[in-house]
Design a protein around this ligand. Structure first.
Ligand code: F6R
Length: 248
């Protein structure tokens, strides 16, 4: 695992954007996995800037999002569909036909999940998967205890995650959906490169466990230790509990 520690959120976002942009320039038809949540918003702003000012071309990329709430239609302001279009896709020249986000209103969720997995394979697999991390160590909506070999499926959200996400639902936990469709840990681990971002002190314990702890399904992000190309870009606050920091 490569851990890159940046001064603050802004520097973290810019470093991540540099890496995503460099992939798109090298491989214009790259398959990129996107994440939602507060953490990647700065990365997406920087990518939009690069598109506008430097001509970064998204027209040939294919995208796959990690997850979506069950029961929220794409036009719901808290759906991850809405989030992705508002925060990135509508500001760049991505081809809507190449955008894939789990469908929270799918009638047959199991069939949808199988289709999603097959689609990722059909597109040649994910070149770079962007990830955030939950304070409890979850990646996508793979909560503690999720099978480390899991595939795209429906998951029940923990009380902790629903509480953390209530800030997006008028601070009312009752409004936070109870289920989500999420890529599995096995699915994520098949991406050729993982890029996990974390900012702030409330992520410091999860980052310490991910980098220095034993691999355990109770902290799903620890499986990244087994990935051949996992890069963590974190700010100083998120790195504050690491005991081994080597600079060079
Ligand atoms: C979102 C996702 C989640 C978030 C995580 C951190 O697509 O998969 O795992 O990355 O909950 O969320 P923030 O960035 O809001 O702290």
């Amino acid at each position: 695992m490569l851990v890159i520690i940046k001064e603050d959120y802004d520097d973290m976002s810019k470093e991540a954007a540099k890496r995503v942009a460099s992939l798109i320039r090298k491989k214009p038809d790259a398959v990129i996995g996107f994440a939602t949540g507060g953490t990647p918003v700065g990365l997406y702003k920087e990518l939009i800037r690069m598109h506008r000012e430097e001509g970064l071309d998204f027209s040939k990329i294919t995208t796959f999002n990690l997850d979506e709430y069950v029961g929220l239609p794409p036009e719901h302001p808290q759906s991850y569909h809405y989030f992705m279009w508002e925060n990135l896709f509508k500001h760049v020249n991505v081809d809507p036909r190449n955008v894939h986000i789990p469908h929270g209103m799918a009638e047959d969720i199991d069939a949808f999940c199988e289709w999603y997995e097959a689609k990722i394979k059909e597109k040649g697999g994910i070149d770079l998967q962007i990830l955030g991390i939950g304070a409890n160590g979850h990646i996508a909506f793979n909560e503690p205890g999720s099978s480390l070999g899991s595939r795209t499926r429906i998951k029940t959200l923990t009380e902790k995650t629903r509480r953390d996400n209530a800030r997006f639902f008028d601070n009312d936990i009752e409004k936070v959906p109870k289920y989500a469709i999420t890529m599995g840990i096995g699915t994520i681990m098949e991406a050729r490169e993982l890029l996990l971002l974390a900012s702030g002190e409330n992520k410091a314990d999860a980052i310490k466990a991910t980098v220095e702890g034993p691999i355990t399904a109770m902290v799903p992000a620890t499986i990244m230790q087994m990935h051949r190309k996992a890069v963590l870009i974190i700010d100083k606050a998120a790195a504050s509990k690491l005991s081994q920091i080597f600079t060079g």
